[in-house]
Design a protein around this ligand. Sequence first.
Ligand SMILES: *Cc1c(COP(=O)(O)O)cnc(C)c1O
Length: 393
Amino acid sequence: MKVYLDYAATTPVKKDVLEEMLPYFNQHFGNPSSIHSYGRESKKAIDLARDRIANSLTAKPEEIFFTAGGSEADNWAIKGVAYALKNKGKHIITSKIEHHAVLHSCQHLEKEGFEVTYLDVDQYGMISLEDLKKAIKDTTILITIMYANNEIGTIQPIKEIAKIAKEKSIIFHTDAVQAYGNIDINAETLGADLISISAHKVYGPKGIGALYIKKGTKLQSILHGGAQEKRRRAGTEDLPSIVGFGKAAEIAINNLKEHNQHQLNFRDQLINKLMAKIPYTRLNGHPTKRLPGNVNLSFEFIEGESLLLSLDMVGIAGSSGSACTSGSLDPSHVLMAIGLTHEIAHGSLRLTIGDSTTQEEINYVVEHLPPIVERLRQMSPLYEKVKGEAKSV
Ligand SMILES: *Cc1c(COP(=O)(O)O)cnc(C)c1O
């Protein structure tokens, strides 16, 4: 049996999405900037996709700008604001648990003379609104806080953050890549000036995303060239991907409620059953304010990489944190920020649930994971010691 439970890393392209994309590779292939009928047809397809994505965010089509994914949207939002407002101030506020696209953009700006405050989070991965207020200076030009965390699923109080930013006339960006398609995002009432989203986390193709730019938001371009995207993001549009993104957005928003129910059911089954069966286990992330499809557990006395390999051998695909960190031996910056020790952070497993997850798959994981954890623990001298002590009490 093969069980994919890594939907936070990426999702498969849905059949209906793929079908809409295919003609745009070789039948309707015109350059959307061309005047002729080929070009006009492509332009029409992009307009439709933009409308669908705008609709999925309750935004205006003129506020949606296509990018080559979530990372580019984050880079653009952060560097774009920094460069546009550097004469006003050079201070940026973010959190310690952001995606690397945000953290590394901020670190890059620090090298260029910007000042960045990285807010702490509590044991559940929540930022404190009080800390945020205290961090604001006269020179603060941007607050960038993710909507929902990709590793531990914690959902931040985005509306409240937006309100604080607005009161101080500071631009607010949120990386909503994980929230999009899982949480109903209404750009009109949310209050964020900039919102990053990505197609491949919502059953669309990889390499395409968008930045929502609220009308009037000051932002410099980072890709210069042709006049595409209202002269704000140059480069011939990735037509098939944009078409696919539009379709994926439409499906995601139409299915949101059902999708949530489906995920919640399996998420809570996994959390409850695995925690009941496996001692010395903790749930990472917020118990309730968490993404409906996110399970993140730390098993004491084991090493996450060996766990992932053992799971892979029985066909279960999970993640040790974020796909970006795996391959390196450093524990996840998110798990460190919520206060886990190196040892416990290393024994962490993220399982994320998707559209095609079935009850059989959940049962399979509940059956196979506990004995694997137990077997790996048998190799830990520390575990033997703790078990011995527990017996002698
Ligand atoms: C996946 C992800 C990104 C990056 O998006 P890409 O389209 O893969 O570049 C950014 N932020 C978060 C929270 C993500 O989960």
